[in-house]
Design a binder for this molecule. Structure first.
Ligand code: RUB
Length: 358
């Protein structure tokens, strides 16, 4: 049964979808590595079969998460390097292409780290959101040049990627203050920079990053704190040059609401059902252990039963308009968001095909 995608590719795709592999640069690196594994382990008997397999593997990876453009940019780069008339040639060129992509990725991150570090002064405090390896590269480079930095780290609900950031910063000796997302505006008064990464950057300079970035940026502007976005150029979204918009991933509601919590709101959980069965009792006030009171009566139980639908929405990313961003830091230097389109044309102008659909 052709085309056959090797198990390692399927498992990388599963890891990306389940966010065991996450963050735009890390996803791109893993996707390139998975295509190299596909090339290495392919049992294709001829060149066309090999190409079909690689495209199928790329499609499997592509379909995992829709927002970070580094994923299709990585797949495109690797497939473009696949060249030759024999399986042996195709195999070696694809592996070489994947390795060169991974090397460039690491080098670009180092270079942008040096650029971003120049914006950070000795003694500065940065406020972070989510976990971005590009953003942390700026901090690392600043530390290596001998600057002392402190960090206010937003927890980043619902998945708390702020904990990953906090762990990394502490390993580097940076004093960390962890806050809930809702405390960000209060603590902006103690911050000299907001420093975030990006999943995608659109042609107009809009920054697509972890949900909550846009609100943070608006608050930072109001507080006069500059917003710096660290994003190597594989984060530039070439489709937006031709008017396409970036799809925002919607994730499962269980990331923000457990079944028990949902039951407590809707009254559809098992315990509530039990209570209702032994009902016919007069209205009462149930006092919970934590002192919260919950007024229950036949009327409120009836309201539970006839209650309106509970909608839960869990967008993973949002869009920060360019006017709230002070600088986009890339491996080619820093740019005001409005001029990023020039760089995008230079690097991706001719590259908006989808080779995995061929
Ligand atoms: C991660 C996220 C990060 C960017 C940049 O979201 O929003 O800020 O991906 O990361 P998720 P990096 O946790 O949903 O993948 O700089 O490492 O590419």
């Amino acid at each position: 049964a052709e085309p056959s995608v090797v198990p390692a590719v399927e498992s990388t795709a599963d890891d990306i979808a389940a966010m065991r592999i996450r963050g735009a640069a890390t996803i791109a690196d893993a996707a390139a590595a998975a295509l190299a594994t596909q090339a290495d382990q392919s049992e294709a008997e001829n060149a066309p079969a090999f190409r079909r397999q690689l495209r199928a593997a790329a499609r499997t990876l592509y379909e995992t998460r829709p927002t970070a453009v580094s994923l299709p940019n990585a797949l495109r780069y690797v497939l473009r390097g696949m060249d030759g008339d024999t399986v042996a040639d195709l195999r070696s060129t694809t592996i070489a292409s994947a390795e060169s992509f991974q090397r460039n990725l690491a080098q670009a991150q180092d270079k942008l780290g040096d650029v971003g570090a120049n914006r950070l002064r000795d003694g500065d405090t940065v406020m972070t959101h989510c976990h971005s390896t590009d953003a942390l590269a700026c901090v690392e480079a600043a530390l290596e040049s001998g600057k002392h930095l402190e960090a206010i780290v937003k927890e980043t609900r619902p998945r708390k990627q702020g904990h990953i950031t906090a762990r990394q910063l502490r390993q580097w000796g940076v004093p960390v203050t962890l806050i809930v997302d809702n405390a960000a505006r209060r603590y902006l008064d103690d911050a000299d920079h907001v420093l975030v990464g990006a999943d995608s950057i659109a042609a107009d300079g809009s920054v697509i990053n972890k949900i909550g970035t846009s609100g943070l940026a608006v608050n930072a502007r109001e507080r006069g704190v500059p917003v710096m976005v660290a994003a190597q150029t594989i984060k530039l979204h070439p489709d937006t040059l031709t008017g396409h918009s970036v799809e925002i991933e919607m994730r499962d509601e269980t990331e923000i609401l457990t079944d028990v919590e949902r039951g407590a709101i809707t009254g559809n959980d098992h315990d509530r059902a039990e209570e209702r069965r032994e009902d016919e009792r007069p209205p009462e006030t149930i006092t919970a252990e934590d002192g919260e009171t919950d007024v229950r009566s036949p009327e409120t139980d009836a309201a539970f039963e006839t209650g309106t639908e509970l909608a839960v929405e869990n967008p993973a990313f949002d869009v920060t308009p360019p006017r709230y961003v002070d600088a986009i830091v890339t491996e080619h230097g820093q740019f005001p968001p409005e001029s990023i389109v020039t760089l995008m044309r230079e690097l991706f102008g001719e590259m908006i095909d989808e080779p995995w659909e061929a």
